[in-house]
Structure formats: C-alpha cells, structure tokens
Write a protein that binds this ligand. Structure first.
Ligand SMILES: Cc1cc2nc3c(=O)[nH]c(=O)nc-3n(C[C@H](O)[C@H](O)[C@H](O)COP(=O)(O)OP(=O)(O)OC[C@H]3O[C@@H](n4cnc5c(N)ncnc54)[C@H](O)[C@@H]3O)c2cc1C
Length: 388
C-alpha cells in the first residue's frame, strides 16, 4: 500500500476534487491522493447546496472566479459529454432606494470585468417580470448569461470519476493528526492508524477547515454556519423565472415542479453551529421567508413548505472571503477554504489556483493573491458586500 504522495488533498468535495483535476489537467505527473472521511458526501456542503452560480459580487476576484466557474461548466460538459443541466436563467438582485447606489456601482464593476449584467429600472422590472411587486424597488440587476443553477451532483461525481481515471488515489479515512515541523508538514495520520507522508498538503475540508487547521496549530477563522433550504409549492407557475434575491435577503428559485427558497439568519442570530447539527431551522419560513415572498410575488397565493434540509456554510468569520494559497510559515500547507456560501461556483477556479501555486509557485490564470492567508495574519479584511 502506497503511503507517500507528492500531493495529499484532505476533503473530496468540489474544492478538493477540482484541485486534483486541475493538477492533472495542467500536467502534474506526481502522485496525488485525496483523503475523504465520508465518500457518501451525505453532509458535505457540496451535496447540500442549491447549486447557484452568479457574478454579482463586489470583489474583483469573486466576479472573476465565478466567470471561470461558468466557463468551466460549459467546457467540462462538452469535453466529458455530460449534461450538467446548466439553467442560465440569471440571478435577479433587487434593491430599494438605500441599496441602489451599491447595486449600480457593483454592476459597473461586474460589467468592466465582462460579466453580462443588466441594470433594470422598476419600470423595466415590471415589464419583464409582471408578477413582481415593484412599488418599493429602486433598481434590479439581472445576469443575462453565465448565471443560473446546475446539477452539482453530476458535476461532482463526473469530476471524481475523471480524477480516478487520471490515477489519483482516493482514500477513505478521517485525518485525525498532522505531523509538522516549524516550517513544513511532514505527514498526516488517519483514524485507522495509517500514516501518509506528503510533499504538499491541501486543506479542502469545507466547514471543518478551522478545526482541521488547528491540528497544525494554525488559527483559521472558518467555521460551520447552518443554512436551511425549503422546498415550497408556490400555487402559481412563474414562467421564465430567474433566481430572485429580495432586498430582505430572501432568495427563491424554480426547481420544477416546485421552488427552493431560504435566507441567511440576521447577523445577531447567525452563530457557529455544531458540526453534526443538520436540523433545519423551520421557524425561518413563517417568520421571514413567507412574508417577504408573498409581498414580493403576490401570485404566490399558497406558499407551502413540502420539505426542508440544512447544510453548513464554510463560513469565514473574519471577512467572508475565501482563503487560498500557502500558509505563511508552513509553506507546503495550502488553504482552499472559507468560501462562505459561494464555494460551489468558485470550486473550479479555487482548484485551478491552488494547482497553479503547487506547479509554478505563482498564479498563472487569475491573480488571486489578495485571497492569501497573509491578510488574516495582518488583520486586513477583504470584505465581499454581496453574499446571500
Ligand atoms: C444550503 C447551502 C446552499 C449553498 N448554495 C450555494 C450556491 O448556490 N452556490 C455556491 O456556489 N455555493 C453554495 N453553497 C456553498 C457551497 O456548497 C460550499 O462553499 C462548497 O460546497 C464547499 O466545498 P468544499 O469542497 O470546500 O467542502 P465540502 O463539500 O464540505 O467538502 C469537504 C469534505 O471534507 C471532508 N472532511 C472534512 N474534514 C475531514 C478530515 N479531517 N478528514 C477527511 N475528510 C474530511 C468532508 O467529509 C467533506 O466531504 C451553499 C452551501 C449551503 C450549505
């Protein structure tokens, strides 16, 4: 049994798999292992997300990573001959007067980076979406291409098959210990007692990333935060509907024959959750989601929840932006963490970025250096303004 690898990736969700995939696609010929504690992925964020992709962010890097994600989805589907069900119906972000300037400024930035976003007046919103209540709105922003939702399960399983075919070793096990010196990681110990030596170690452990990093005495401010998704019966068929993000933060998107909706808890209520707490927060529906949606879309006469599930955001409590790249002291320990609710669409770009760092020691495609761990050490937040 092989116990020494050039690269060991911990976590086989979208980010870990994408890192291995890009290493191989970029020509890395060394040995690669991915260690995963639960190959059923029953509680991985990758399995529990709502699989949306959009470019309507405030940070340049987030816009670019999401654009790369959309390009990757299309190319991967074509090359692998797999239908990823990419529904490019757009995201529609709505703003009241107080949010109008920020929305307009973000759209200008997104368009400059070649994101295909239209800024709509209330009159245009009414014209395009007659079912929308626009009285209190001052503007809306709609993605005209490259935004929507896709079959994330198929993407993830297809990428896993591809890396297996590319001679990446998939190991089932829980990494319980990291052995390191002052400057490098030497090996990881699995719960079953197997020790794996590594050249490079990639932390792709999702919401567990903070806990995992502590094994190497690293303080990474990433923790699990619970997010509940409701499957609802809308009582009306809304045609040509984009994913909608209300000024209240409530979102809704079609999932034939139903809709999916949810909301992030208000900051004061939003706390770290237990790693094994997947009990949906049912009360959010009646208290926040239903009133917001009934007011915004009066045609939804009988909004009834059919079922709900909860997943964990890999939440960066420092600035809600991904942490990517090597540790400042342990030079062969790489972060690919803290995506704070947008890691599925960023998975392709994050994997490519880490692969480029391992292969070339520098980014080659997108300059993601501002996402490095240095900003955490220097206490310089890089805040994204537009998260759901
Ligand atoms: C409700 C919800 C909705 C979301 N909606 C969207 C969306 O619309 N668009 C979007 O882009 N993103 C969305 N996200 C976020 C996205 O799902 C995550 O950011 C992304 O899936 C993170 O991927 P990952 O591979 O880093 O983590 P994960 O998918 O969680 O994978 C990490 C893996 O690491 C394994 N692991 C952890 N610790 C260890 C260890 N010590 N040893 C071995 N294995 C270990 C875990 O078992 C897990 O399988 C959503 C998330 C949630 C919860």
């Amino acid at each position: 049994m092989q116990n020494i690898f050039d690269v060991i990736i911990i976590g086989s969700g979208i980010v870990g798999v994408s890192t291995a995939w890009h290493l191989r696609a970029l020509g890395f010929a060394g040995t690669i292992a991915i260690v995963e504690r639960d190959p059923s992925f029953s509680h991985a964020s990758t399995s529990l997300s709502v699989a949306g992709i959009w470019q309507q962010f405030s940070l340049k890097e987030n816009i670019q990573m999401s654009l790369y994600g959309a390009k990757f989805l299309k190319e991967f589907a074509k090359e692998q001959n797999v239908d990823l069900g990419f529904q490019q119906h757009g995201y529609l972000f709505l703003a009241r007067q107080e949010g109008k300037d920020a929305l307009s400024a973000n759209v200008a930035r997104q368009r400059k980076l070649k994101a295909d976003i239209a800024l709509l007046t209330p009159a245009l919103l009414q014209q395009h979406f007659p079912w929308l209540a626009t009285d209190d709105l001052a503007a809306g922003a709609l993605g005209l291409s490259n935004e929507g939702w896709f079959d994330s399960h198929r993407l993830h399983s297809s990428m896993r098959s591809a890396v297996r075919d590319w001679d990446v070793t998939l190991i089932k096990g829980y990494v319980a210990e990291i052995d390191h010196s002052d400057t490098e990681i030497r090996s990881v110990m699995l719960d079953a007692g197997r020790r794996l030596k590594c050249g490079h170690l990639v932390n792709a452990t999702g919401p567990n990333a903070g806990t995992f990093s502590r094994m190497a005495r690293i303080r990474l401010p990433v923790e699990p935060r619970k997010r509940t998704v409701f499957v609802v019966h809308g009582g009306a068929a809304l045609t040509e509907m984009p994913a909608l993000v209300d000024p209240t933060g409530v979102y809704l998107r079609p999932e034939e024959p139903f809709h999916l909706c949810g909301v992030s808890p208000h900051m004061a209520e939003d706390q770290r959750c237990d790693a094994d707490d997947f009990e949906p927060d049912h009360e959010l529906f009646e208290r926040i989601i239903k009133p917001a949606l009934m007011a915004r879309i009066p045609a939804l006469k009988s909004l009834k929840p059919i079922r709900a599930w909860a997943g964990h955001y890999d939440y960066n409590s420092f600035d809600q932006t991904a942490v990517l790249g090597p540790h400042t002291r342990l030079a062969n320990f790489y972060f690919a963490n803290g995506f704070s609710g947008i890691g599925l669409q960023q998975g392709p770009a994050a994997g490519r970025g880490v692969a480029e760092l391992i292969l070339h020691g520098a980014y080659q495609t997108l300059d993601l250096s501002r996402l490095g761990f240095e900003r955490i050490v220097e206490k310089q937040p890089l805040q994204e303004e537009n998260l759901i």
